[in-house]
Design a protein around this ligand. Structure first.
Ligand code: NAD
Length: 361
């Protein structure tokens, strides 16, 4: 298979972690007989320095023409970098927002996995963390409260702010379909999270989700109220496979789920549109404090590349090979500094990439 991948190294540790992800993709392509065409584009601070804007129209066109986009991270130190003296629409993050919008990425996937070997970093009690967990939060990304009409008015001398939460059935159906499709590639369970005891939008969410479930008889659907879900994530995270939810609930729950893994350098993410196209990136930022030192953990980016193979190219075996290599390297005791613990072997960013590449089979 021929894969056309646009890479956005970006800023801070971005170029270092993207270099390692390319190394792993190249090795995987070699082992499984694929051909990859990589093309780099500039975004964020790197683009501001060259073009004066965080994203050019040419870069958008290149991203659109690719099969998928793999990104490192963008942005600098928000207190010292001159990029943050610019007006908000010219700062690094504006580039990412513009790219997401122009690619119509409505589904955000955030896996939260607790690796046995890193259980010590999990802030939960051992009796809970020892069961491990492996879930993915599928969050609607372009609707709901964050995109509804909003205003602040004054009524009888009292300031009043109004935000509107709107979903139509098509918006719900397309994200539900993504959730069920993803569950089919996993343990076949969807937990749809809403606040149907209070909100009309949640009642519609629940009824459309039930309709979609009829097309997926092999997937189990359960409904859970968002407040209960927030509790269950710390009480019994092992129960979850796919959590399907709307924009704001997903924003909050995905950060909570990330936190309980305890390892920011291990967390991948993906944003998908209606086609197989996706933007894949680590959940962490550009870590300017450790940039250029070859000490960043490249695993979140490498796991994002594995998601890309699975969701944009349907290459499940190849994705699994990368995930297996990560498990193997951890069980052999190799650690970058962010996940280092006593008795383990410290590796640099590039050494971690080499160790993983050697274990792709
Ligand atoms: P951050 O995630 O970059 O860093 C938080 C802490 O985690 C730092 O101590 C950092 O050294 C560490 N860390 C992060 N990733 C790591 C890795 N792979 N290996 C080892 N340690 C790692 O968050 P921040 O400091 O709040 O933000 C820094 C910049 O990143 C800001 O400009 C912010 O806007 C940007 N940012 C970008 C994205 C994105 O591109 N999607 C997301 C979040 C933040």
């Amino acid at each position: 298979m021929e894969l056309h991948i646009v890479c956005i190294p970006g800023d801070g540790i971005g170029p270092e972690i993207i270099r390692e992800a390319k190394k792993i993709l190249e090795k995987t392509a070699d082992v499984y007989g694929h051909k990859i065409l990589f093309q780099d584009i500039l975004m964020g601070g790197a683009s501001i320095d060259v073009h004066g804007v965080p994203l050019t129209e040419e870069a958008v066109a290149d991203a659109k023409a690719a099969d998928a986009v793999l990104m490192g991270s963008i942005g600098g130190d928000t207190t010292t970098s001159p990029w943050y003296q610019l007006p908000p629409d010219r700062r690094p993050e504006a580039g990412l927002l513009a790219l997401r919008k122009s690619l119509n990425l409505f589904a955000n996937l955030r896996p939260a996995v607790l690796y046995e070997e890193l259980a010590g970093a999990c802030p939960l009690k051992e009796e809970i963390s020892s069961a491990g967990f492996d879930m993915v939060i599928v969050r609607e990304l372009t609707g709901g409260l964050y995109f509804g009409e909003r205003k602040t008015i004054e009524e009888n001398g009292i300031r009043k702010a109004i935000d509107t939460l709107t979903y139509d059935e098509n918006e719900i159906r397309r994200i539900a379909v993504k959730g069920f499709e993803i569950a089919r590639k996993r343990r076949k369970k969807v937990t749809s999270v809403d606040k149907a005891n209070v909100l009309d939008s949640s009642r519609l969410w629940r009824s459309v989700t039930k309709e979609v479930a009829e097309d997926y008889p092999d997937v189990t659907l359960e409904h859970m109220l968002v407040d209960n879900c927030a509790m269950q994530l710390v009480k019994n995270p092992a129960q979850f496979d796919v959590i399907l939810t709307e924009n704001m609930f997903g924003d909050i729950l995905s950060d909570e789920a990330s936190m309980v893994t305890g390892s920011i350098g291990m967390l991948a993410s993906a944003s998908l549109n209606d086609s197989s196209f996706g933007l894949y990136e680590p959940s962490h930022g550009s870590a300017p404090d450790i940039a250029g030192k070859n000490i960043a953990n490249p695993i979140a980016t490498i796991l994002s590349a594995a998601m890309m193979l699975r969701y944009s190219f349907n290459l499940d075996k190849e994705a699994q090979a990368i995930e297996n290599a990560v498990k193997q390297v951890l069980s052999e005791g190799y650690r970058t500094q962010d996940i280092m613990s006593q008795g383990m072997t410290l590796t640099s960013c590039s050494e971690m990439g080499d160790l993983l590449a050697e274990r792709i089979r």
